[in-house]
Design a protein. Structure first.
Length: 493
């Protein structure tokens, strides 16, 4: 009996010790968590900030929609008297037989008939009460007639005031009968990844469609042109949204909706509105944009180049050529210099250099900081005007994208992959969908052997030969695809 009592006492003692230990451990945990700062919950972040997750965009959308317009265009097309190629508009052997012209010659001359094609192409937004409207260049560039429809249903004929193909921005104007609703222009530089944005436009002709999302990324390069600097957003953008506004939650325009990724979801691109603000005065006054240039060819610095030159980083633009008598030459810039700063702005790569130089007014004097033989040197240069038909400054990248395709040297690895006997020529790396190269039938993996009957063995040869042709002029390329070779005539954009 005594043994049983001792056992019970021992059991209760152990249980009591366990309970006391558990209590002490729990209190220690409470104290520890109360003393050590913890990561705030999402709800706590919103509660502590002035920003609240929007419950509805209705009031904002109602306020903004009147300043967004639908843009439709009319294109006049002439065809032979009622006769068309049996293959329709897309005759598969146009470059060999001349399409409809071939059949016209075969069957004899026939009187031409005029047709009108009308298609709702895009969107725009009114920037002042005089009737000026921003949209995309690709929305209006081939139009013979432009019609603008307001949210009220009123329609107006519009005239093109100015266009800039390189940034895909156009300024058009209507003559309103009364007061117009206008947008407020914001500051796209202040946008942050994760900010809410609203897109308003006419996707597939569905007028006044509102979509919302966030800024997914900034400074995107998508191969649309030499001045790519897109805002990426997951606000739904579709064909017909082109030229429409991207708003922030303050109701200010921060971008111009421009491009989408085919077959992708939640990936759209907008031109930063600050880019449009910079060129607006010239579009109004001259109808075009005059850009500055240096007179050099530059290229990005790869890890291999950085290692060879004993550089600590790959930032900057490497000068590969300087054109005699041009601003860079007069300032003392030499091939092999690395441009690391211009007008006080640090240079990350060639595209950034190009954008900055293009924004300078002609005649502006600036300081350029270069790295030469490991030492920094500051040079003074006077910006000149960019002439499109001259072999110019800018970047090698621009010429490589002349036909809306990307080309590069053929490395031994690429030659092996393509089954080539040698590494001579240049290979097509990318082709922009719907671009001039795509329409000419050029495909990634094609090898360019000649430009205008001149043999090209390297990217340098290729760039030299295509630079001899100005914008809008035709080049004859000899293409090799597998075991087959053929010529393609293509216009330089």
């Amino acid at each position: 009996m005594e043994t049983k009592n001792k056992s019970r006492k021992t059991f209760f003692t152990i249980g009591l010790i366990f309970l006391i230990g558990f209590f002490v451990a729990s209190m220690a945990g409470v104290l520890r968590f109360s003393c050590v700062p913890q990561e705030p919950r999402v709800s706590e972040v919103f509660a502590a900030s002035s920003v609240r997750p929007p419950l509805s965009f209705a009031d904002l959308a109602e306020k903004l929609k009147p300043a967004v317009v639908n843009i439709s265009t009319t294109k006049i097309v002439k065809r032979g008297g009622g006769f068309r190629s049996p293959f329709g508009d897309e005759f598969p052997f146009d470059r060999f037989f001349g399409g409809d012209d071939f059949f016209r010659r075969f069957f004899g001359d026939m009187p031409e008939r005029t047709f009108k094609k009308k298609k709702s192409l895009g969107s725009g937004f009114i920037i002042n009460r005089d009737g000026y409207i921003f949209t995309n260049n690709h929305v209006v560039e081939k139009a013979d007639k432009i019609m603008v429809r307001l949210s009220s249903g009123k329609e107006y004929d519009a005239d093109v005031v100015g266009r800039d193909a390189k940034t895909d921005i156009a300024l058009i104007k209507i003559k309103p009968a009364g007061d117009l609703p206008v947008v407020e222009i914001g500051d796209s530089d202040k946008l942050r990844v994760g900010d809410w944005v609203i897109a308003i436009g006419n996707p597939f002709g569905l007028e006044q469609t509102v979509t919302a999302g966030i800024v997914s990324a900034k400074g995107r390069v998508i191969g649309a042109g030499p001045y790519d600097n897109f805002i990426q957003t997951d606000a739904s953008i579709n064909p017909g949204n082109s030229g429409g506004p991207l708003f922030d939650l303050n109701g200010k325009v921060v971008g111009i909706n421009t491009a989408i990724v085919a077959r992708a979801q939640g990936i759209g691109f907008a031109i930063p509105v600050n880019m449009a603000k910079i060129i607006l005065p010239e579009l109004k006054e001259k109808g075009k944009v005059t850009r500055g240039w240096l007179g050099v060819t530059v290229q990005d610095i790869t890890e291999d180049i950085a290692g060879n030159l004993k550089l600590k980083e790959t930032a900057g633009a490497l000068v590969s050529d300087v054109f005699e008598g041009d601003p860079a030459d007069k300032a003392g810039i030499k091939a092999g210099d690395i441009i690391i700063e211009i007008d006080g702005k640090k240079i990350k790569d060639t595209r950034e250099l190009l954008r900055i130089v293009a924004s300078f007014s002609v005649g502006k004097k600036i300081d350029i900081k270069v790295l030469r033989d490991g030492k920094k040197k500051v040079l003074n240069i006077t910006i000149a005007e960019r002439e499109e038909k001259k072999e110019l400054a800018g970047t090698e990248q621009e010429e490589r994208e002349s036909f809306e395709m990307m080309v590069q040297d053929i490395t031994p690895e690429i030659a092996r992959h393509l089954g080539l006997s040698d590494a001579k020529g240049v290979v097509v790396a990318q082709v922009k969908e719907g671009g001039s190269a795509d329409e000419a039938g050029i495909k990634p993996g094609d090898v360019i052997l000649q430009v205008n009957r001149v043999k090209v063995s390297s990217l340098k040869d290729y760039l030299r030969e295509i630079s001899r042709k100005g914008t809008g002029e035709s080049c004859l390329l000899l293409i090799k695809r597998g075991k087959r070779a053929f010529f393609v005539a293509i216009r330089k954009g």
